[in-house]
Ligand binder design. Structure first.
Ligand code: SAH
Ligand code: SF4
Length: 384
């Protein structure tokens, strides 16, 4: 049975496994369903399987969830989990309760939802009248981030390794177990630690598994703009919602904030966004972290409008989450500046929402996820 991680096998990989092991093919499907749909975390509880198979699987392909090493609850109901992977690497995942309370999960609603009123969305999803509690789980795709954006705590703390598909799904399961949730009403966003488009080997099979469990419309992958990978993900038979962390509307400001712009220039990124295949009523989410005196002028808003002309997008303005320790040089704009910026976009008929990050008291807000508290680079480098 080898090195395979049971959390990371797609249904077809499970079926192939069953056939290889001399079992009927349907056993593979049973295993996939038990693990991912029913959330069984112990083979012994999979009574539909022969006892000998259960024992063999337990010995040779153990189901290992990451260890929950921290649990920080916020006043708004979001919970940030610190998780330790088998090799000791630490990652963070965030649970955000649903939109009944207009809490943090709204921040990640997909672009499609923006064209409807909230009540329409709710009634269309609950034909029987019963309301499914909605929630969003924000996942990490790497144990750090080498993209090194100047305003991001994860980036300030340096690069890490890729998570495998199995680790990504086990991370999701750990949060579901901890919060006692099933799959109903779930949204998943890859907006935690790491750059998902630098980890296609882990993220693509993870998406394939996720799409068995929830509609692709309920899954969003956010990228800092790894242009060639945008094309790779665009070619997938089923695509998640695309979110792009733009953060600046001119090349110089973007280079300053996101040095990755030197490798993948802004115009190429915009071209890749134009080429992204959008199903009807889907849009690309454009994230724009608003930083005082850097990208928050009305002129910046006007430039953003021009840059995005002709694209089906929804802009999510994220006032900077400050961090005096890791981001001492960057400040959040004053409220009236935020309002003016948003008004300029709205006037130009750009759909815009403001993500007033909930849960900064749990450091669960955007760009504040960190598995560690020491930058490994600082040991050898100075003067950054
Ligand atoms: N690496 C991917 C996925 C992480 S998403 C990406 O960058 O898109 C994290 C989101 O939080 C990004 O949109 C990023 O721009 C935003 N962010 C990072 N640091 C932030 C901060 N200090 N305050 C507010 N938002 C921040
Ligand atoms: Fe990495 Fe995204 Fe943070 Fe940039 S914003 S350093 S890409 S996690």
């Amino acid at each position: 049975m080898g090195e395979r991680d049971p959390f990371g096998l797609t249904p077809s990989a499970w079926e192939a496994f069953a056939v290889e092991a001399g079992l009927p093919r349907y056993r593979g499907r049973q295993l996939f369903d038990a693990i991912h749909r029913r959330g069984v975390t112990d083979y012994a509880a999979m009574k539909e399987l022969p006892a000998a198979l259960r024992e063999r699987l337990a010995a040779e392909m153990p189901l290992r969830l990451p260890e929950v090493v921290r649990r920080d609850a916020s006043a708004d109901g979001s919970v940030k989990f610190g998780l330790r992977l088998v090799d000791g690497a630490l990652i963070e995942a965030v649970f955000m309760p649903g939109d009944e309370t207009r809490s943090a999960a709204n921040e990640f609603e997909d672009a499609r939802a923006a064209s409807h009123s909230r009540s329409e969305i709710r009634s269309s999803q609950s034909g029987s009248g019963a309301t499914v509690p909605r929630f969003t789980i924000c996942l990490s795709s790497q144990t750090g981030c080498a993209v090194d954006c100047a305003f991001c705590v994860t980036g300030r703390l340096g690069g890490g390794r890729n998570l495998t598909a199995g680790e990504i799904l086990a991370q999701l399961r750990a949060v579901l177990v901890e919060t006692r949730h099933g799959l109903d009403g779930m949204r998943v966003v890859f907006m935690g630690m790491g750059e998902p488009f630098l980890n296609p080997e882990g993220v693509i099979p993870a998406l394939e598994i996720l799409f068995e469990l929830v509609s692709p419309r309920r899954v969003t992958v956010s990228t800092s703009g790894i242009t060639p990978a945008v094309a790779t993900f665009a070619a997938l038979p089923q695509r998640p919602n695309l979110a792009v962390s733009l953060n600046a509307a001119d090349p110089a400001t973007r280079e300053r904030l996101m040095p990755i712009t030197k490798t993948y220039p802004l115009d190429g990124l915009l071209a890749a966004m134009r080429a992204w295949p959008l199903e009807p009523r889907r849009r690309i989410l454009v994230e724009y972290v608003l930083i005082a005196g850097v990208n928050d002028r009305e002129e910046d808003a006007r430039r953003l409008v021009r840059l995005l002309r002709g694209l089906e997008v929804k802009v999510n303005v994220i006032p900077l989450n400050e961090d005096p320790t890791y981001l001492p040089e960057w400040k959040r704009p004053a409220e009236d500046v935020i309002d003016r910026f948003v008004a300029r976009l709205a006037e130009a008929h750009v759909t815009v929402t403001v993500r007033r990050s909930k849960g900064p008291d749990a450091s669960a807000a955007c760009g504040q996820l960190k598995g560690r508290t020491v930058d490994p680079r600082k040991r050898t480098q100075t003067g950054r």
